[in-house]
Ligand binder design. Structure first.
Ligand code: S3P
Length: 176
């Protein structure tokens, strides 16, 4: 079956929703951050600290391009992955891409204080993350579908199941 990819800012619930969605759709859940960590043998924070963000982005791109050759996957992508034009192009071509959308303040409440997120480290995190969110939002909106990520997980999952089935029906060749 066609892959389903979740995109959106940090804290939008891509991993939680993705795991549940994979069960509902009888597909395989994949967390691209976890695969990058496995490939590097380090945590994301360590990759950023040791090799820098560009090295992380390169690994992330390799992991996602490889996954896009497979099928039956629900992909929870890292929050920055969809910003890379080559990643975006291949995700949009090989999967139904859904944006888990929420206002910045709601996302900030979920991510603040999370030491595992290297982009949050250092001074002025609120202002930096807000600017990053605003810069990224128009790109996330290139996804095929968007759902309101503030709603309970059950509701988000149910809506995505419907969106996925509707998308597949719409793409089936007509039998006329
Ligand atoms: C990032 C988001 C993180 C992770 C990395 C960079 C980003 O993933 O890939 O820390 O650039 O927004 P989550 O969105 O799963 O937290």
């Amino acid at each position: 079956m066609l892959n389903l990819s979740l995109v959106g800012f940090m804290g939008s619930g891509k991993s939680t929703v993705g795991q549940r969605l994979a069960v509902e759709l009888d597909m395989i859940y994949v967390d691209t951050d976890a695969l990058v960590e496995a490939k590097a043998g380090m945590s994301i924070a360590e990759i950023f600290a040791q090799d820098g963000e560009a090295a992380f982005r390169e690994l992330e791109r390799e992991v996602i391009l490889e996954l896009c050759r497979q099928t039956d996957l629900v992909l929870a992508t890292g929050g920055g992955a969809f910003m890379d034009p080559s990643v975006r192009e291949v995700l949009l071509r090989s999967s139904l891409v859904a944006h888990l959308e929420a206002p910045f303040e709601a996302l900030w409440e979920r991510i603040r204080g999370d030491a595992g997120r290297p982009l949050l480290a250092g001074e002025g995190a609120y202002d930096r993350m807000r600017a990053l969110f605003e810069a990224r939002l128009p790109v996330y909106r290139l996804a095929h579908a968007a759902v309101d990520a503030r709603r309970p997980v059950d509701d988000v999952v149910r809506e995505l199941v419907e969106v996925y089935h509707a998308h597949r029906r719409g793409n089936e060749p007509s039998r006329g």
